[in-house]
Design a protein around this ligand. Structure first.
Ligand code: SF4
Ligand code: SF4
Length: 304
């Protein structure tokens, strides 16, 4: 039995341009859902048993009034809500507290602030602090996603969070979108499983993907594309995500075992980051074809 949670992309519009942004579109245009449609989808999600919605994609606070209505609707349907934000709106402690108080009254469960040396080229660190303190004062659960490439350049950013006693979790930068062009340090990881829980993502054009991160950019194979709400119901698309054998192999055995099964050398496998290994396997039409042919029992038996 799956918990049905989803990353909800109301709009890809953002007020800043981080150099590492995974969500960056190839074109400067942004996409947005209509509010009435978004509310209809949220009602359908409630009927389909969705219990958590994370408002993400561009900067959700760009459409603060719409966001408030959507959060309100989620509360009516007992759906846990999270907003992922860059905190640019939290310019002063007073402003942050006021906006968060309204969201709390509307039913917001959690705020997740994105924080990194790339975000903070555009947004003062103080804003993140204002947003965190606003959450504490208004009783909203919060955490900070500290996006890092683990270089020394990030030490002072991490220290700022520690100095201010903020709750944060380091998150590796994903080398997709704009970050695809970054230089990457060679790595040698442990031979770790690389299992992935794979939260689905709904894009503003109503396409739904089984992965809310790099996987929605696998343009060669569109491996994680589940379909579109214009032609499928939300329940049907969740069911595809939950019953596709290869997706379940990613969740249960992990990507490392699948890579080994596909013929990759162990010595090569440990030089890949998780999402890169995923892309190597599933965004290659040839490898994917082989894996699809074996995604039944043969692959599932490839475990210790
Ligand atoms: S990483 Fe987030 S805040 Fe930065 S440009 Fe992308 S959507 Fe905007
Ligand atoms: S490992 Fe694959 S499924 Fe998981 S987040 Fe990365 S790209 Fe998505």
């Amino acid at each position: 039995m799956f918990m049905r949670n989803i990353a909800f992309g109301y709009s890809t519009r953002c007020n800043i341009k981080c150099a590492h942004c995974v969500a960056a579109e190839e074109t400067p245009d942004y996409k947005k859902m209509g509010l009435a449609k978004a509310k209809e989808i949220i009602r359908d999600m409630a009927t389909a048993g969705v219990t958590g919605i994370s408002f993400t994609a561009g900067e959700p606070f760009f459409y603060y009034d719409d966001l408030l209505e959507m959060v309100n609707l989620c509360r009516e349907h007992n759906i846990y809500t999270r907003i992922v934000t860059n905190s640019s709106w939290a310019k002063t402690p007073e402003k942050a507290e006021h906006m968060l108080k309204t969201l709390k009254q509307g039913g917001l469960s959690q705020l997740r602030m994105s924080y990194s040396r790339w975000h903070q080229q555009h947004v003062p660190r103080q804003n993140v602090l204002n947003a965190a303190h606003g959450c504490i004062k208004t009783g909203i659960s919060y955490f900070i996603s500290f996006v890092t490439d683990f270089s020394e350049k990030d030490d002072e950013y991490e220290q700022f969070l520690r100095d201010n006693y903020l709750k944060f979790f380091p998150e590796p930068v994903i080398y997709a979108g704009r970050a695809d062009a970054f230089d990457r340090k060679a790595i040698r990881t442990d031979y770790q499983d690389n299992r992935c829980t794979m939260n689905p993502y709904l894009a503003p054009d109503l396409s739904m993907y089984a992965c809310c991160d790099a996987g929605s950019h696998f343009n060669n194979t569109e491996f994680f594309l589940l379909g579109n709400l214009k032609t499928n119901s939300i329940d049907q698309l969740f069911s595809i995500s939950e019953t596709t054998p290869l997706f379940n192999c990613i969740r249960s055995m992990g990507i490392t075992a699948i890579a080994s099964f596909s013929g990759m050398k162990a010595r090569d496998i440990i030089t890949y980051r998780k999402c890169e290994l995923c892309k190597k396997l599933f965004d290659s039409p040839e490898i994917l074809k082989t894996l699809k042919n074996a995604d039944g029992l043969e692959l599932q038996r490839w475990v210790r």
